[in-house]
Structure formats: C-alpha cells, structure tokens
Design a protein around this ligand. Sequence first.
Ligand code: SF4
Length: 352
Amino acid sequence: MFRDHTKVVQIGNKVIGGGNPVLIQSMTNTKTNDVAATVAQIHRLETAGCEIIRCTVPDMDAAKAVAQIKKEISIPLVADIHFDYKMAIAAMENGADKIRINPGNIGGRDKVAEVVRAAKERNIPIRVGVNSGSLEKELVEKYHGVTAEGIVESALDKVRLIEDLGYDNLVISIKSSDVMMCVKAHELLAGQTKYPLHVGITESGTVTSGNIKSAVGLGIILNQGIGDTIRVSLTGDPVEEIKSAKLILRTLGLRKGGIEVVSCPTCGRTNIDLIGLANQVENMVQGYDLDIKVAVMGCAVNGPGEAKEADIGIAGGIGEGLLIKKGEIVRKVPEDALLATLKEELDAWGKS
Ligand code: SF4
C-alpha cells in the first residue's frame, strides 16, 4: 500500500498520510466573506461527515473571514488560493490550517518563496495542486498534448521548487476530468513521491455523472493503495459529495461504520412503492451511527431470502411487508407503517 508509506502531515486537528485513514474533504460554494452562510454550510458538511473543509480565498475580505469562520467550526480549514500570493499569506495569518496553491500561477519563484516562508514560520502544510487544464505549454509540447506524464512532471517540478526552498510539509494533488488519465497520473506519481496525495476527479459533472466518474476513478486509484484524502467533486450540494465519498470508502473497505442500504431494482413482482420507500430509508439512516446492513426488498418471492443476508430488512407484499431481523421473519407490517417500523427498530438496535 503506497499510503502506508507516505509522509504523515498534520492539518489542524487531523492527520493524513502514513497509513492513517483516508479523510473526506469538500469545498464550500458560499462566498467565503459571507461568514454566516459559510459557517452554516460547513456545519451541514461536518454533520454529514466532512473531515477537512476548503474555502476559496480570492481577496482580503475572504482572508479575514477565515479567522471568524475558524472560531465556529471544529474541522480544519484549507484556504484555496489562485494567482495572488498575498492571499495565501493572509489566509495563514488568519488561521488557515493548510493552503492549496498551484505554484505555477502564483507569480513566480520569489512569490512562492514568500508563501513558503510564511508557511514554514507556522508549520502549515501546503497542498501543491496541479490540474490538467493549466498544464504548462512546454509540457504540453514535450508530451504532445495533455498527458498523465506531463501532469506528473509538472507536479514534481513544483514540489522540487518548494523543497529547494527548504520546506517539505507538503501534500500533492493532480487532477484531470479525464478519468483514465487521472488514474494513470496517480499510478505514475505514487511511486515517485513520499508526500500524501489528495485524490479527486475534477470537473466530473452533475450529481449523476460526477458520482459515476468519481466512483470509477477513485475506486481504481484507492484500491491500489494510493490516496490519503479524497474529494468527490460534484456540481451540486456539497453534502452530496460527502455522502458519495463515504460510500466510495465504505465500498472499498476503507471505512467502517454507517448503515449500508441494499435494495432490489424492482420488477413486475413489486406491489409496493419500493422506489419511494428505498429513498426514504436511505435518507432516514444517514443519522445513525450503526455499522449494519439494511435491506429494502420488493417482494415476498426473492425479497425475504435476500433480506435475510442483511441485519434487518423489509420485503414488500400486497399492501404490507415483512420485517426480517437477522434472517428471521419477525412480523407483517402494513405498507404505510413500514418506514416507521424500521425506524423504531433502528432506534432500539443494540439496546436490547
Ligand atoms: S426482490 Fe422481488 S420485487 Fe425485487 S427485483 Fe427481486 S423479484 Fe423483483
């Protein structure tokens, strides 16, 4: 596992790298200087399971807001900076726990040196971020287009620049919206660096396409032992990013805990509103800290058998359903009481 051997990096009250659990990040989409809105969104994200939050810092108002936001949240805050090195310094002065910069667009080596000096004074990690969309012309020419090799070379060049300035408290991210290029780039990079990797598929799209691309890309990368922290980028409510990230990690066996809902695809045998019920169940279980599997099955032919493999399940009939616990049919429940019955069972789970 590459991730067992990456450098341990402390980000505020969290650590990544060195075999520590893969942490989940998201990014706010509020105006950072709107402190109330930003804090409210971060609280929703924290509740959903976000472990590190990134906010854009495009101007001095946003940099100052970082100090106020930090007072009201309990997860580390990463300041995302483009173009203006002064914003990176101001964000750190205002308490950012990490900064994300692309040293290639911050104004040259001297400016990078100033940012590194400020980071060094406070021992604040720097995420060196490279996107395929902003790959240097020379590397595009050298590799005859935007390629995984070019992205990796660009990232390692920038890391070397910061190392030459005497700093190695670093995290690297390389991103591409081309999923397989992104996979290849991570495979190339993982063997060439000791720094923890922040993994994500950038500009992956709306909730549906973004989820699929992220699940495929992150799945392949994480399953090779690559990646210390992840973000699922979606054009949508950032809370959806957290739900997806948790599910990806859980599916790969990298995260324990949380209720897994399995449900059948429905067919001609389904006689209850299973699609509505499954969605309601999936929403309802978000708040439970139970490490169990819940099955929501459509019929009494295959349903009970499949529900038996879960810790608790419901299998629909005609206007009613069966409640199944640990493989045993417990009782029949009217269709309109199935959700409430399941909730009662989950509330009491482990208490008897
Ligand atoms: S569990 Fe029953 S309703 Fe659901 S897909 Fe299977 S046969 Fe159809």
